[in-house]
Design a protein around this ligand. Structure first.
Ligand code: AMP
Length: 546
């Protein structure tokens, strides 16, 4: 027997309508290349989204066109998110930090019809436009006064187009399975792979992200997404924020300027922010150096790579900010797990509490996890056994977009192989120990590079640390610690090993410590171990070199 409830599709249009009607006067504040502090309301944002939908129509974009964006976090990008997706098209956010050849590949692979580009990335596109013959036109996201001279063909000015567009538009009734967004993974090997989100997955993730044991969002919040809108839709916050009617605060091109971030936090009433650990370090350092308070900031979602304990403690002890350590992937829209307490974890003290804070947390309802061994047999959730992490759920991708050639991450039994290695405890708390390809195999046992990095990062003189496995004739592989010292520090390798000796098993201790001025990062701000291994390809451990 079927139920008799209304069959209303889960669409971003529904979220947009709700925001426009019920939170019309809520503010959206942005830093942009052409304005240090632009502010307007939800009502204005969605009025302009209707104008933008008319612009897309008059430009001649097809009904299901992929429309690319190369933009910072700001109100125009937000308008594009809604106008493109809710008009039935696909908002293809492109990471401008990728290499030209990768951008060229994904623009052509996605068959983007139009590209909306921030002033800062115009020259990047000029370099590749000739190789993207399918792109029918470019729109620079600025006003006439700030329009740069450019060689881009068929180029328009965003504000000029909007000024002449009507603000009435009948949003189409979309099926919830309609594609609404496209984001390519910044895969470190091979070509980037496209993840095609649909309205339903975006809506379901927005609901889950807003839950108390996730980001705990409400209309009383000010949300500052530092995680870029070109990286998995800024972790869905532009959708979850509108769902609850929160104030949105966007840092635009100034996302790595800690003084601007601190200004936005204190002056705009930001209560929650989100980003990868590498963006948090400068903010914490700046606050420490200047003695600035980060009030009213209360929560910080940190994910994308493992958040060191030292960072979680610095936020908690110096600023009263609760770090919500989260794990996810582009393929998971991206939220998989968030570390929020249950009564048992909240009661832990001392080192058990610290260990618990390092966990990536429990799965959000709507995401299922399992760990398996090499023969695909399920492993126990005992907090000790480590295995390959597999997921399935309401916002997990079922296949890559037009993937030519094999993609073995999606298994026939419906599970997605994340490529991460972890343990899960009986309450469902996940502890990621490594990417499968980064795990260090020493004498048949596994050493967690993430745990070692975490312990090293706790040393007061260490700014950043990476651990990679290097070949060893007897042990197969041994860990090598690569360290960036804090400015002015004069620490030696021996002292760091001694520090680690008090924190990890003896056989885990790195065989050597190498100091470097900086570590390589990927386009999404994660440590690039692939590049680090390349740089250290000729390195030999002291006892191997003799
Ligand atoms: P991406 O799709 O580029 O966002 O990368 C996803 C990958 O980032 C995951 O498969 C993990 O390897 C890594 N990752 C994300 N969040 C965390 C975290 N909190 N701790 C450790 N690794 C993480």
């Amino acid at each position: 027997m079927l139920g008799l409830m209304m069959d209303m599709p889960l669409t971003l249009t529904m979220i947009m309508r709700h925001g426009e009607r019920s939170h019309a006067q809520q503010e959206i504040v942005s830093v942009t290349a052409d304005s240090p502090r632009h502010r307007y309301t939800y009502a204005e944002c969605f009025r302009r989204a209707r104008q933008l939908a008319n612009v897309l129509r008059s430009l001649g974009a097809s009904a299901d066109a992929r429309i690319g964006t190369l933009g910072w976090n700001d109100y125009r990008h937000m308008e594009l998110y809604y106008a493109i997706s809710c008009s039935g098209r696909v908002c293809h956010t492109i990471n401008p930090r990728l290499f030209d050849a990768q951008i060229e590949y994904i623009v052509n692979h996605a068959e983007d019809e139009f590209l909306f580009v921030d002033v800062s990335f115009v020259s990047k596109l000029e370099a590749i436009a000739l190789n993207c013959p399918g792109v029918r036109g470019y729109v620079v996201m600025t006003d006439a006064a700030h329009m740069p001279a450019t060689t881009l063909p068929n180029v328009h000015c965003y504000e000029t187009l909007l000024a002449s567009a009507a603000d009435t538009y009948e949003w189409p009734d979309l099926e919830e399975s309609t594609a609404g967004g496209l984001c390519y993974t910044s895969g470190t090997t091979g070509n980037p792979k496209g993840v095609l989100y649909n309205h339903r997955s975006a809506v379901m993730m927005a609901y889950a992200a807003a839950l108390p044991d996730a980001a705990n969002l409400s209309a009383m919040d000010g949300i500052l997404p530092i995680v870029p809108m070109f990286h998995v839709n800024a972790w869905g916050l532009p959708f979850a924020g509108v769902l609850v009617g929160a104030k949105m605060v966007f840092p635009g091109p100034r996302l790595s300027a800690p003084d601007i971030l601190a200004d936005l936090i204190t002056e705009e009433g930001v209560t929650i922010s989100a980003g990868v650990p590498t963006v948090c370090l400068p903010l914490l350092d700046y606050a420490a150096q200047t003695g600035r308070s980060l009030a009213p900031l209360a929560r910080f979602i940190i994910g994308g790579s493992a958040c060191p304990l030292s960072m979680i403690e610095a936020f908690r002890d110096r600023h009263g900010v609760k770090v919500l350590h989260a794990w996810g992937m582009t393929e998971m829209s991206p939220l998989g797990t968030v570390n929020a307490d249950n009564p048992k974890s909240a009661a832990l003290t001392d080192s058990a509490r610290s260990e618990q804070l390092l966990s990536q947390g429990r799965p959000l309802p709507g995401v299922e996890l399992k760990i398996t061994d090499d023969d695909n047999r399920d492993l126990p959730w005992d907090g000790q056994t480590v295995g390959a992490l597999k997921v399935r759920g309401l916002w997990v991708c079922r296949d890559y977009y037009r993937l030519d050639g094999a993609g073995d991450a999606h298994q026939a039994d419906g599970w997605f192989v994340t490529g991460d290695i972890c343990s899960i405890d009986p309450s469902g708390f996940v502890r990621i120990t490594d990417r499968a390809k980064d795990v260090i195999k020493s004498g048949g046992e596994w050493i967690s590079s993430i745990d070692l990095e975490n312990a090293a990062m706790g040393h007061p003189d260490v700014a950043e640390a990476a651990v990679i496995g290097v070949p060893h004739p007897k042990w197969q592989e041994r860990p090598l610690l690569v360290v960036v010292k804090k400015a002015g520090a004069s620490i030696e390798g021996k002292a760091i090993i001694q520090w680690l000796g008090e924190r990890v098993a003896k056989w885990w201790l790195p065989d050597d410590v190498v100091f470097v001025d900086e570590l390589p990062h990927t386009a999404t701000g994660k440590l690039s171990k692939l590049e680090l291994r390349k740089r250290l390809a000729d390195y030999q451990l002291p006892d191997v070199a003799g």
